[in-house]
Ligand binder design. Structure first.
Ligand code: RB5
Length: 152
């Protein structure tokens, strides 16, 4: 088992419930500290409520990063990016999952359960969790993102 102390907050809506449970089991098996913020079944819920729980956990330093899953991943990414300090990335392929860590220092990964097979979601999650931010020229761009955050 990999040794890691990374704390991951995970949530979904009804469309993402199956993928969320599968990913949480996968990540716990790998040794990550995972907190499940729901939802707990397939009854219809509203994705912004669940995005908010994960984003708040990151803002309050109860989690290092988050994973949000809905049908497309789009609603979750829209909701998450309305939170100060959150850089959420909707990823559907390996290149995006790697680059959003290297260049954007994304702290939330958004996945579409109606878009991705679970095995692909695991690969994207692995890349997201193990790829380091490059810093350098990207620091100035992240500073501009922070400025936009502060101005709204
Ligand atoms: C729920 O039907 C669906 O709209 C939601 O999971 C998500 O895809 C929204 O972006």
């Amino acid at each position: 088992m990999e040794k890691t102390e990374k704390r991951i907050a995970v949530a979904c809506d009804h469309a993402g419930n199956g993928m969320k449970d599968a990913l949480i089991a996968y990540l716990r098996e790998k040794g990550y500290l995972v907190k499940d913020y729901g939802c707990d079944g397939t009854a219809s819920v509203d994705y912004p409520e669940y995005a908010h729980l994960v984003c708040r956990a990151i803002q309050e330093n109860e989690a290092d990063c988050g994973i949000l899953i809905c049908g497309t991943g789009i609603g979750m990414s829209m909701a998450a990016n309305k939170h100060r300090g959150i850089r959420a990335a909707l990823c559907e392929n390996e290149f995006s999952a790697e680059m959003t860590r290297r260049h954007n220092d994304a702290n939330v990964l958004c996945l579409g359960a109606r878009v991705l097979e679970i095995d692909k979601a695991k690969v994207l999650t692995d890349l997201f969790l193990t790829t380091a931010y490059e810093g350098g020229r990207h620091d100035a761009r992240l500073a501009l993102l922070r400025k936009l955050d502060e101005e709204r």
